[in-house]
Unconditional design. Sequence first.
Length: 461
Amino acid sequence: MYTETGSQWNVAELEGAAHRHLISPAEELAKLGTSGGRPLFTSADGIHVRDSHGRTLIDGPGGMWCTQVGYGSKPIADAIAAQALRICYNSPWYSISGPAAELARRISSFAPGDLNHVFFTTGGSSAVDSALRFVQFYNNVLGRPTKKKIICRIDGYHGSSHLTAACSGRAGNRPNFDLELDTVSFISAPNIYRHPQGKSEAAFLEFLVAEFEERIAALKPENVGAFLAEPILASGGVIIPPKGYHRRILETCRKHDILYISDEVVTGFGRCGHWFASEEVFDIVPDIITFAKGVTSGYVPLGGFVLSESVLAKISGENAKGSFYTNGYTYSGHPVSCAAALANIGVIEDQDLLAHVREITPYFQEQLAKLRELPLVGDVRGVGLLGCVECATDPTSEAATDFDRQVALRIDRQCYENGLVVRPIGSMCVLSPALIITRPQIDEMVSILRESIVRVQAEIR
Ligand code: PLP
């Protein structure tokens, strides 16, 4: 059975326990208790995971876009242990967490513009949820009780809380749940590969901006509180918007006094070669940035949002009008999580990982792009160490077909056999490896992916 060191595993018993008692976040209920197929990872090191059959694999998706510095980092593990022994918890209501205060200072120092006030949560969903609740609070304090609607995009993903799930426009996440649809309004995904207009990138941009303007007009600006967007739609399939998109949308937000929330849960903490992608990659300073995942490299849960000084100033100090902000997470600014994040930032700095990502990105993207020549591959795209290979047996189709989705699943299984974990999302294989990845490791990863696609191609033709 499971032991303290994890060195002995009764794999069959653990798999049985998982099937009988563990509900995963993505569960086909008809097969609950009987289906196998999910691997049991027993240990990990660097960019590799090891499964219960003793097989070592490259972790292509980096956990779930989160293992920035890689597995097995001693400085982070030591920081977690030291903080747990020093003081494992203190109430954020009655006391200050030292690591939280220091982490807020660090994040403020590298967040863009005047974003310098940090609220900590327990992960990405709670980060976005808290940012959206802040928008409601903000407009109530300002005496604008109707300015609450949130505009977001089809194929965006922002989490699994009640409100963030409603803001997530991926069809697969929605069936059988009730959603806050009165609050949320969806506009098109800025998907250049599968957009229906048959237009140039520049014309598509004009279409998207006009659609946003029209939606604001239809809802009326006095009813729209926020625009919520990932800089790159990650779970939606690494969708990179047309050049200038975020800037134009931000200008429209400014015109109508709508807060711009940039959801950097995936793109933050080095994924695109910078602490945050909003300013450095997409040339915008939003009002709020949400973060999670890479802030601790996945060692312990943590999330949060950074808020601009100018927005906060409108409802604080002399403008506070007696308002009292509560968003009462027991684990807000948890000392162990914040200590892990500080150690993680230390590792990123010591190993100069932001520069490493900027240096290695062109190589990663070039190697991946070569897969475009394979017949099953419709599109290859990416930014930084985010990449996506989209299967499209009929590239003229505006939507992925069931067949393409099956193809991606088969590629995923074949990759696993060949020593690579990928993450099939619909018809796409998505990669976001740890930031420490080297050129030879990129070669190995892409070559396994290529061999697997070729193998599946041979099987289905
Ligand atoms: N926002 C984005 C952009 C995400 O990709 C995710 C998760 O994948 C979330 C929010 C939710 O984060 P969490 O799963 O930590 O709650």
